[in-house]
Write a protein that binds this ligand. Structure first.
Ligand code: MGD
Ligand code: MGD
Ligand code: MO
Length: 664
């Protein structure tokens, strides 16, 4: 990204860097308007102490010294009285920079002996599914999509959430490629596809098994690739025998002949590439679904083709030295053992019901748990506990910040240095501070350095500068990072990892699966499909009361709950989309105010009936600020704490609800 600064030091223009090979000069809709956020009148500018009730949002200004002293003394008191594991850090994707999210902060909490946070909320199931299948998290480079002849976006809203891949898809289509989408919602991406397959939420594993069924039954697999690089084919044949297109049609809602033709086309078109995204793994069988889908390119040998294969993520290629950034050994020094781990996805449980030392102090940064975590009632109950001491490092007064005892004003990515990985391409990026922080805003790194000082932590690692830490992270010795130095990043801004010799395409699995010792196993015994409990084929008693499947996918205008305070983004997330028959049965028309509810919660939203969702599905774009809604709740008020099959992630998109017109 290029930032134009005026003589007074103010950022006046943002644009994509035309020299970047992936983003190629344009920004997504959200970041293109980032300066509105940067200079927004509601930016938090000073440390504050709560003066009203928790959740009420009344605060008074204090100094940094007062704030840091109070935090240090409260953390000390919590540790003395209840043990250091009564302290819980809570952070996720507000920034995905190494320094602001996995450096000084981690050292600080490890040295404290605080509980560890299991950061599962986004991708845990997918990562676990992909690792068990392929042993690595590499995927097809976005630049290679231009060479594909068939592109399948599977639970991937490319235009909405991954817009920088789109131009490569356009280029491929100009050269004759077909583009298909598999999604319970026909969003903008689906509307622009050559073919859209409406799928029942959470049934992707059944579809993948049926595709394998057809490919094997019709001998369309790549026998040479399968023989060289895989094991377990016979067991897989057994497993998929029962997943005929007819049976899968009943499970997925996709007609049997469509399943058969998709399987044939996928296996016989070269190159064929799958863009599967995390939408697929936010359901009860999401981990196994990602495993099975990840195995398809091995069955067809598509990993051999430039422009073939699959991309879920590329993040596994960023082999930086995380251990020297985070220094987990500090917890052994303070606690004598690794600290307990609490799952961020079940924060409500952790704060209200979990066994073990109670959580007495919570330090939140880069995250807005009051908006993004399922079972929102329980989360709110936990955050409202009078005996819980909560610190929130934020740019804006979020719902989470409303529950804080102390709020600390944070810098934005334009106001601090950081090093960034990517999960959709292979370029490592350095971003230097471009403008001075407003008011008294401070980077997370500085805050945790200062807190370490207040706590009397005198290890030299707490004195390291941001540049020292970047140098350490880069010095992992991994061949992908060879020649990538801070100096070079300062000159070039971003650098392609050495995943392949310069200019050559990266083909992670053209010659098998090195991380698995060469061969991939089809893991047939882990691929049995069961419909989610909360689905149209799930628990019958539950379906009786709450017959509609709700998903709450990303919206185009906000970044999870970030930008949730922008009026436009808010209007978007105030909607619920219904199928025309489901709407008609409830006498609901577009524009009606409706109540979406289940046993966990209730939410008023504006109905939109436009034929873009699968029958039996309702979709409400996430993630709005709860306090921006009339009920002071968002979609997460309806979701359960149920976790995915593997990876311990939220089953966000397995959720049964009922909808009724308000006033009925
Ligand atoms: N504009 C925008 N971009 C973003 C984000 C954002 O909030 N806004 N968030 C970023 C983050 S944190 C992430 S993790 C990525 C996520 O990127 P994506 O995974 O693309 O986003 P999701 O909206 O979670 O899900 C993608 C699609 O899966 C569909 N889906 C839901 N359930 C199912 C299912 O059971 N099967 C299938 N086949 N499809 C299903 C949804 O309707 C949606 O269209 O996006 C990133 N980019
Ligand atoms: N219902 C439903 N819920 C979801 C999802 C869904 O699809 N549906 N998606 C899930 C997914 S994929 C994800 S990744 C999570 C994301 O959940 P979070 O990681 O909590 O992400 P955000 O909601 O964007 O909140 C990030 C906060 O960090 C702040 N922030 C940004 N940069 C900085 C910084 O440098 N320093 C500090 N101190 N703060 C900063 C922002 O102001 C923002 O309020 O949400 C999950 N929740
Ligand atoms: Mo995410």
């Amino acid at each position: 990204m290029l930032v134009t600064i005026d003589p007074a030091g103010k950022a006046v223009k943002l644009r994509g860097n035309p020299d970047h090979p992936v983003t190629r000069g344009f920004l997504c809709a959200k970041v293109a308007r980032y300066l509105d956020r940067e200079y927004h009148a509601d930016r938090l500018m000073h440390p504050m102490r709560r003066v009203g009730a928790k959740g009420e949002g009344r605060f008074a200004r204090i100094t940094w010294d007062e704030a840091l002293d109070e935090i240090a003394s409260r953390l000390r008191a919590a540790a003395a009285e209840h043990g250091s594991e009564s302290i819980l850090p809570y952070s996720y994707a507000g920034t995905m920079g190494y320094l602001q999210g996995s450096g000084m902060d981690r050292r600080f909490f490890h040295r404290l002996g605080a509980s560890r946070l299991d950061r599962t909320i986004c991708s845990g199931a997918g990562i676990a599914g992909m690792m068990q299948a392929l042993g690595a998290r590499y995927g097809t480079e976005p630049e290679q999509f231009r060479h594909a002849k068939l592109i399948v976006a599977w639970g991937a809203n490319v235009l909405g959430t991954n817009v920088h891949l789109w131009p490569f898809i356009v280029e491929a289509r100009r050269n004759g490629a077909r583009f298909y989408t598999i999604d319970p919602v026909r969003n903008r991406t689906g509307s622009l596809s050559d073919r859209h397959y409406f799928i029942n939420p959470g049934s992707d594993l059944a579809l993948a098994l049926a595709l394998m069924h057809v490919i094997l039954a019709e001998n369309l697999h790549d026998r040479d690739y399968v023989e060289r690089y895989t094991t377990g084919l016979d067991a897989l044949r057994e497993r998929v025998r029962e997943y005929t297109p007819a049976r899968a049609a009943a499970l997925t809602g996709i007609p049997a002949e469509d399943i058969a033709s998709l399987a044939r086309e996928y296996a016989t078109t070269r190159p064929a590439v799958i863009r599967v995204n995390y939408g697929v793994q936010r359901s009860e069988r999401g981990g196994a679904a990602i495993s099975a889908i990840s195995m398809l390119p091995a069955l067809t040998g598509s990993w051999r083709d430039v422009g073939g294969g699959l991309q879920l993520t590329t993040s596994g290629a960023f082999h930086l030295d995380r251990a020297s950034l985070e220094m987990p050994e500090l917890q052994t020094a303070s606690l004598g053992r690794p600290a307990r781990m609490l799952n961020m996805s079940t924060l409500g449980h952790a704060l209200t019901e979990a066994a073990g030392p109670p959580v007495k102090a919570l330090v939140v940064y880069n995250s807005n748990p009051a908006a993004v975590v399922p079972d929102q009632e329980k989360v709110f109950r936990g955050l409202a506990r009078p005996d819980l001491f909560t610190v929130v490092l934020e740019q804006f007064q979020t719902d989470t910040a409303d529950f804080a005892d102390i709020v600390l004003p944070a810098t934005t990515f334009l106001e601090h240095d950081d090093l960034y990985f990517a999960y959709g391409h292979y370029y490592l990026q350095l971003a230097r501070k471009a403008v001075e922080p407003p008011g008294e805003c401070r980077p997370n790194t500085e805050v945790f350095r200062a807190l370490a000082g207040r706590m009397g932590f005198d290890e030299p690692c707490f004195q390291e500068s941001d540049d020292d830490m970047i140098r350490r992270a880069l010095a992992s010795g991994h061949p992908f990072l060879e020649g990538i130095t801070l100096e070079r990043l300062d000159r070039e801004g971003s650098a392609r990892l050495n995943v392949s010799p310069s200019g050559e395409p990266f083909q992670p699995h053209a010659d098998g699966f090195p991380a698995l010792g060469g061969k991939m196993d089809f893991l047939a015994d882990r691929l049995a499909y069961q419909p989610p409990v909360e689905s149209r084929l799930g628990d019958a008693a539950l379906r009786e009361r709450f017959p509609l499947e709700m998903i709450s996918p990303k919206n185009t205008d906000s970044m999870n709950s970030t930008f949730g305070n922008r009026p436009g983004a808010d209007a978007d997330t105030a909607e619920v989309f219904l199928h025309q028959e489901d709407a008609a049965a409830r006498r609901i028309a577009s524009g009606d105010l409706v109540r979406v509810f289940n046993a966990r919660g209730s939410l008023r939203l504006r109905a939109s009936v436009d034929g873009l969702v699968h029958r039996g599905v309702v979709s409400s774009p996430s993630v709005r600020w709860p306090k921006a809604s009339p009920d002071r709740r968002n979609a997460n008020a309806l979701l359960s704490e149920r976790l995915t099959d593997i990876g311990a992630s939220p089953a966000f998109y397995s959720c049964l609800v009922q909808v009724e017109r308000c006033g009925d």
